[in-house]
Design a protein around this ligand. Sequence first.
Ligand code: DGT
Ligand code: CA
Ligand code: ZN
Length: 576
Amino acid sequence: MPSNRQIAATLDRLADLMELDGANIYKIVAHRKAAHRIAESNFSIEALADEGRLTELPDIGEKIAAKVEEMVTTGRIAELDEYSRKFPPDLVDLQRVQGIGPKTTRKVWEELGVSSLDELEAAARAGQVAGLPGMGKKTEANLIKAIERLRERSGRMPLGEVLPVAEEAAAALSRLPQSHHVTLAGSVRRMKETVKDVDIIATAADPRELTRAFANLPMVAEVIAAGPTKCSIRTHTDLQMDLRVAPDQNYGSLLQHFTGSREHNIALREMAIGQGLKVSEYGIEETASGNIHACGTEEEVYRRLGLDFIPPELRENAGELEAAATGRLPELITEPDIKGDLHVHSDWSDGRGTIRDMADSARRRGCEYIAISDHSQSLAVAGGLTPARLERQLKEIGKINAGADGFHIFTGMEVDIKADGSLDLPDDSLEALDFVTVSIHSGFTQERRQIMARLTAAMEKPFVRSIGHPTGRLISRRDAYEVDVDELIATAARTGTALEINSHYWRLDLCDLHARAAQEAGVRLVINSDAHTPGDAGNLRLGVATARRGWIRRETVLNTLSVTELSRVLESPKGT
Ligand code: DGT
Ligand code: CA
Ligand code: ZN
């Protein structure tokens, strides 16, 4: 029985093969969209296919539905078989390596006889790739690095994909009359940007009932292991989830243990040994007497060790234990601290909501303001704005603001820093805006010196308030361009430019560690949704979580200011 992720992977593979074969781009894109839709569905696609109802899903037309049905009933797709007569079976895998597209794949296959990832790596290490037309020593070195990174990250999923499924499972268990506490643990609770598997800790009057109910959730594709107090399942989205049920009296110890991180727990135990205590998932033991205190709450675990309560996002053995021992843990930013969203797209560029729609959804999330930040003209594929269209948009925003009560729309733009380092719109267009974000969407492969020259020149412009998604990395998809983060932070500090934590679940850029370094250097951060549809306002939660993992306090973040406070800041030159 194929999982949704397997079906999606097959469609993706078909799309990759089509691309290798030089097929029509619209056909390729349609297959990828369908694959994405299927991978994200939290019900059995196989069952839907059996009922002949696949076309009820968005992004799935008749032709693709027929292919999925064929796969579900016969276990194969004839079209895929045809391709496998044409190309070696593992050749398409090459395209998963960053920097390798269909053209290079064909080149290394035809010129060097490379037909798999292993063979490609061997050829690159043997210096054969550098000799091909259009390649070179540098490309070859980058290729080896990219293959290594691809191997490292396989098997982990972005938090933003996992969290909704994990929370749905926890909520379903909480609704059962038998359950007392149900909590997510592990990396999901620490809000780590990628997750290997989901850990759930629960207490219940009847553990057996709870594990049975867990195994029977509609999202479950397969039960991997089931016992009276433990159960592991795999979901239709190919995610493993482990449930552990404990007695109420040591719930705190168990939760603390399985929240991790492993590094935090090891350091905690070492610290405890010095106090004559032994910490485990069952409780805290006094080594001298052998007495064990089972802890009902996590607060108790930390209190008994003489520590302030450590928020899960900080538990990475990155200084949090020392801080907790000396009362110096930071007061972390929380979601309600966010008062506005300064990077929001609308249907004037590639967004799918009107300006009003986007304002309404932000308002419903408790924001007092947004800055409409559509793309600029050079991003033609995203419907970027020319100076003339920008001017029309400003009039429209003016009209909406005139009729609004309490909510304010700042004018703004996500201006492209073009590959040659210039900004995409003339200064006098941009000077008129309240909040200008600039970002890089091209020239990703430039050398560090060139990338930094582009970013620095932009930050030196007095009207540039923020750098959007500063490193450009996409989690599990694309590495950052060559940003020197230390230099970026130093220049941001010197020029008074804010750095963004972009909350899109593929981005989370700046990441936790970089955000922390920025705060230490006195740089202001902004936590933005980069919303393209009204529903994306929910992204902010992930951005705030990233900030918390980076020890970020409310005062560091520009958009925790009220609309009046922010207006005042934006009236003054930046950095004052
Ligand atoms: P993940 O699943 O790789 O995204 O990250 P975690 O932190 O959820 O790791 P996981 O699922 O292996 O274990 C959950 C927590 O349980 C971990 O943070 C610390 C704790 N833990 C308990 N026993 C062990 C053990 O034997 N090995 C490791 N690595 N962790 C353990
Ligand atoms: Ca885990
Ligand atoms: Zn962008």
